[in-house]
Design a protein around this ligand. Sequence first.
Ligand code: PEP
Ligand code: MG
Length: 898
Amino acid sequence: NKRVYTFGNGKAEGRSDMKNLLGGKGANLAEMNLIGVPVPAGFTITTDTCTEYNEMGREKMVGLLRSEVKEAMKKVEATMNMEFGSKDNPLLVSVRSGARVSMPGMMDTVLNLGMNDESVLAIAKKAGNDRFAWDSYRRFVQMYGDVVLGMKPESKEDIDPFEQIMDEVKEAKGVENDTDLDVDDLKDLVVKFKAAVKKVTGHDFPVDPWEQLWGAVAAVFDSWMNPRAIYYRQINQIPAEWGTAVNVQAMVFGNMGDNSGTGVAFTRDAATGENIFNGEYLINAQGEDVVAGVRTPQQITKEGSLRWAKLAKVSEEDRATKFPSLEEAMPLAYAELFDVQEKLENYFKDMQDLEFTIQDGKLWMLQTRNGKRTAAAMVKIAMDMLREGMIDEKTAVLRQEPNKLDELLHPVFDMDAMVKANVLATGLPASPGAATGQLVFHADEAGKFPVTILARIETSPEDLEGMDIARGILTARGGMTSHAAVVARGMGKCCVSGAGECKIDAKARTLAAGGMTFKEGDWISLNGSTGDIYEGKIATKDPELSGDFGEIMELADKFRKIDVRTNAETERDAKVAREFGAQGIGLCRTEHMFFEGERLVRMREMILSDDEAGRRIALDKLLPIQRQDFKDVLNTMIGFPVTIRLLDPPLHEFVPHEKENQESMAKEMGVSVDVIKKKVEDLHEFNPMLGHRGCRLGNTYPEITEMQARAILEAALELKAEGKPTFPEIMIPLVGTVKELKMQEKIVRDIADQVFKEKGDKVDYMVGTMIEIPRAALTADEIAEVAQFFSFGTNDLTQMTFGYSRDDAGKFLPVYLKQGILKNDPFQVLDQEGVGQLVHTGIERGRKTNPILKVGICGEHGGEPSSVEFCVKAGMNYVSCSPFRVPIARLAAAQASL
Ligand code: PEP
Ligand code: MG
């Protein structure tokens, strides 16, 4: 069982495709050696050893590793011509973590390991530089104390004991920068640091390099289990079993003088994707100085340096003398670095993120990996590389992270403005995008200022128009499928929902958050992609749907095997979705059509009527309005199928709850306010989500179904007369038993026959159902004998399978996610293990009795990449999602087929 893999001097025991065993860093260090890139010699201890360590503890692990590590160290010594632990010619090493996937900043690193009171003298002599040697030594004691001996304070508020000593020494000396300390100061620091170690840990600082090494290796393994790393793994779904590798590598020094330096570079621009080599470096510095931001890093290329100087308003003279580029300051090392980056990108065929050190003019590469990038860069780099012939079409499609595309579809905050922004609170990222505006607290006041943010405790159907006018929506209550969230996503409007930390007082027109109180007209900003709420006005930028974006989508369509439709009920949403490539509507929620103006009044009149006759009078008035609505929606999707769902929500959602509205309703209907009040009270339900809704409405008030079916078919006939073919699919919601569906189907078919007879013409139409109650999935064989199609309503199906109320889950889901009881919010990411079984069962049983059954999904999951992949593999015919997620679903569906 081999646990240690060496590399150096153009040879390596590992390769880049061994990332599972060697971690990303170790595998690529090996590969760089093999392709002739200069890398300091070293070795990698495998990720499997981390798992062994976690099981058996430090002592046994050291016993297992000792002889292999000693052998490996001998090879490093031979290559570097130095000896680990020697007094005269000491080899120093770095010890770094390296998991399969990069976990930036999550785990620990120790540099300069092997230093002690003897080796520091030898290093000073060899380098001819006392200051360098003692500075390296004090850095080592500090890093070792922090990382290995656990002296780093847990929280940022607590003071690092070493920093404190450093500050005291600097103050006593009256200097500001570390670089102003002389050799004697540094010697003094080492003594004081070691005393601090003794004081805190009760032990002397270890002087034996081997003891130091085993301590550091164990610390790196331990860091896999630190709370930060555990949390990072949780949110990125990285299994704990993977473990981290440990990379032990000969130190090279960027802090040996002005002919040394260290930096990071990218083979292309990670922000824009442009094919420009770029990066930053520092002269006479060690790696952590670049990250720590104590000194202003300099640009690698001259071109980059000139651009930087312009932005930073630095004169050309200052730039050239104080902040020269690497290209100017060390032309030879730069030329070699340029060749290496070209070689690495050509070899790995992706944009590389590099770390390098120059020691006394000689270039050493310390890391290469595929660089993180913005969505714009992701798209551009893939398309450029495809055109350059570096990658093929499939690879270009697979390189896209579907969720990231969101960044390209909505306004975003200006990066420079973001840096200075103050976060007041964080809610749920309900609908992506960036919005900045003046606060309003009532929907009918959304137009009070030119650009507004509507803040509500929660939104209701009456707020629809105001939500449309506002630039962004903030609610204190409600989850990812709350009214505000669903409606905002449909509109492509930025929304942060369920921000419980925000205290909204609509009466007083104030919002309190983050220790501040905002009044109407005050500016705030929302990031609907993260859920962050900011103080004040932050500049935003409109999205650019560049040519490359369109091309990548076309490529995706080439490989995609199922359709992507949209959830839309307005002409505008449907049009947006068409532009994004939707192939029809998978869910038109008709209730959303009743939430405003005249429609709402008629709807209320219908609901508040005493009997069927009263309801029919109101429904007759609604018919022409509905017919026009359906005509408008169908008209946007000529030639494509449109699934129209009959009325679904509990009726009480439509009735007026505020006194003012009840009064005006009473006037409208010619009854007393008390009558209205009583009616509204009668409609109250203890558990409305499980109450009088869905097909239960249509089966108790068949006249509603009659009116809606008639409106749909008459609209389709009118369009047909205009020469426009449509394919309406009438969908019955919330079916649990086949009889419920049968009753509704009969009503629809009878009306259809009637309408076709009246008009002397016909259209093709289908009748199908939502599968959103577990019982429907389980009895899908019976239901499919009646239904022509199934559309999985995974919002309700999730709600009912878990028994979590969609509207109340916000109270406990965050805790469940934090504690790992749930891996994901099941209302966002389809629970394949549980809910997924019902989907599989539903499809299988449904197709058994009805082999030509059409199957899709219209819950919010229809636009979530992992759920889309599930739907493709489960054999669905299409997914349907909100308009702004259509491109994401197209891409995810393509990837699932590759
Ligand atoms: C569902 O339940 O998944 C669905 C699409 O319907 P709604 O969200 O309107 O209940
Ligand atoms: Mg539903």
